[in-house]
Ligand binder design. Structure first.
Ligand code: GRF
Length: 235
């Protein structure tokens, strides 16, 4: 089996990147991480990637005269790494239409909300303000509109009584670290692909049990503290 050469784009701490690197450390995982690109020289994730022996590159917007020149530099770096799949993991820039269209179907992103709800920033605070009881994260193919591409897989988590932005973010992040390796694996194996603006899970068409692997449902029983909270509000 040839493993799909994957490049991860980050801007910060890189915990999702770390989860992907950890998954790819298994030689049977269908993707290998061949490079990490950051738009910030001080991204903590860079050091983590280097410590795992992965090549890194810093490509900063300020070092390029225009957005097009910046996108061209990203594209050249991806090609230089021999990328077959691009995984955005906490990458805080919006890539230009040309670049996104060139990589469409091969570029994926993780978003900390159950899309199409809560696109954009501050998803956890907005989820709490909206009073939703279920929140979560989504992995989707990247299209030119932000957080708008076809969904590949989602994980849901409960919003618990007394949650604040930080406690909710921590619960979602744990789910992200399980979901992203699963979703990248599906894309790398060709089990999830993009066609005419939709995600195709062709492999699962007649296999309902496996199809459920693109959904991770809330499981409050796994979290003791949450269970205690539930007990308090159950009459
Ligand atoms: C994650 O919550 C991800 O969903 C969002 O940005 C955050 C990045 O965190 N796009 P990390 O850098 O992966 O730790």
């Amino acid at each position: 089996m040839s493993r799909k050469r994957t490049v991860i784009l980050i801007s910060g701490r890189g915990s999702n990147m770390t989860a992907l690197i950890a998954a790819a450390a298994d030689p049977t995982y269908p993707a290998e991480i061949v490079g990490v690109i950051s738009d910030r020289a001080n991204a903590a994730g860079l050091g983590i990637a280097q410590s795992r022996g992965i090549a890194t590159k810093v490509i900063q917007r300020a070092d390029h005269p225009s957005k097009d020149a910046y996108d061209a530099a990203i594209d050249a770096a991806l090609t230089g790494f021999g990328a077959e799949i691009v995984a955005l993991a906490g990458y805080m820039r919006i890539l230009g239409r040309g670049l996104v269209e060139k990589w469409q179907g091969r570029m994926i992103n993780i978003h900390p909300a159950l899309l199409p709800a809560f696109k954009g920033l501050d998803t956890h605070a907005r989820a709490i303000r909206a009073g939703v009881r279920i929140h979560g994260c989504s992995v989707h193919f990247v299209t030119p509109e932000m957080d708008d591409g076809p969904i590949i897989a989602q994980a849901a988590v409960p919003v618990m009584i007394g949650d604040n932005e930080d406690t909710l973010a921590a619960r979602v992040l744990k789910a992200e670290h399980r979901l992203y390796p699963l979703a990248l694996g599906l894309v790398a194996e060709g089990k999830a692909s993009m066609d005419k603006g939709h995600t195709v899970l062709a492999h699962f068409a007649d296999d309902a049990e496996n199809a459920s692997s693109v959904v991770m449902a809330p499981d409050p029983l796994r979290e003791e503290t949450d269970l205690e909270q539930l007990a308090r509000i159950t009459p």
